[in-house]
Write a new protein. Structure first.
Length: 292
């Protein structure tokens, strides 16, 4: 009888120890998977992102913003990733010119303005992002109205609440003043994910890039901020100029536009393939349930 009781006690002890061990394992697993509020030691559930707003900027004109945005639109279309295209360049909406017909109602215009009665025009971007991915072409020198729009709408808080990720692709020319503009962007929008896009079409000289990227300023930026880097390959001017005369999606031009010729189509396809590898290297385009 004593032996039976002893065995029962041992079985209960083993069960309790097993449950305690599993509890510790679960707790350790949770602590590695979700963030913890240090003050309360409570686990914070991390909601999955629903959509992404990819914005092509750079503040300077001629930095390659529109080219990068057009290539990304082509990339998304060829992979059947759903998105809205928003062209915010009032003076030259060339991204819309290339992809508006293909996208139809999924291509819209919106503008950033310092005028109060027009200041909500850009709200279209966020409204669309609540339910769908959005690709935005930003104009040059939009910094002041864009910053005002972000702050007025508490966009950092709204993005978190609505589970919308913002990624700013900053077209970088390789010049120090362009680097300064990127640093200002990182400082103004620490909650945004930002990508430094080294435009090889603007600056093809590797020595010029090495000079900037090895500078103390750039090294300090790498230490103080979190950002990714890619290269935008050179898009040959002769091919680009031919397409500007009759804008159309780049992949469509490769398939149908005889003006490019055999070699021009090959160069353009190579350009798109190189861009695709750069985009995919960031990890932003892993498709899951219609998101990217």
């Amino acid at each position: 009888m004593v032996e039976e009781i002893g065995n029962e006690v041992l079985r209960e002890t083993d069960l309790l120890e097993s449950q305690e061990s599993e509890s510790h394992q679960d707790e350790h697993k949770r602590s590695n998977e979700v963030p913890v509020d240090i003050e309360t030691n409570n686990y914070i559930p991390e909601a999955p992102l629903k959509t992404t707003v990819h914005m092509w900027g750079g503040e300077r004109g001629g930095a390659g913003k529109s080219t990068g945005c057009r290539v990304m639109a082509d990339y998304l279309l060829e992979r059947d990733i759903p998105f809205y295209l928003v062209d915010t360049d009032r003076s030259r909406p060339d991204v819309k010119a290339y992809y508006g017909e293909r996208l139809g109602e999924r291509c819209v215009e919106a503008y950033f303005s310092e005028a109060e009665h027009r200041s909500n025009n850009a709200d279209t971007i966020f409204q669309l992002a609540i339910t769908q991915n959005v690709l935005v072409n930003l104009p040059a020198q939009v910094g002041v109205p864009f910053k005002e729009w972000v702050e007025r709408n508490c966009l950092d808080e709204m993005a978190s609440e609505m589970q919308v990720r913002f990624v700013l692709w900053f077209a970088f020319t390789g010049e120090m003043d362009s680097l300064q503009l990127f640093e200002e962007s990182l400082n103004h929008y620490p909650w945004m994910e930002q990508v430094l896009v080294r435009n090889l079409g603007i600056q093809p000289d590797p020595n010029a890039w090495n000079k900037v990227l090895s500078s103390d300023r750039f090294k300090n930026m790498q230490q103080n901020y979190s950002f990714k880097q890619i290269e935008l390959p050179k898009f040959y001017a002769i091919d680009r100029d031919l397409l500007e005369a009759e804008p159309m999606p780049l992949s469509e031009a490769i398939a149908t536009d005889q003006r490019l010729g055999v070699l021009g189509r090959k160069r353009t396809q190579k350009f798109l393939d190189n861009c695709a590898r750069q985009f995919e290297g960031t990890g932003y385009f892993e498709v899951l349930e219609g998101r990217f």
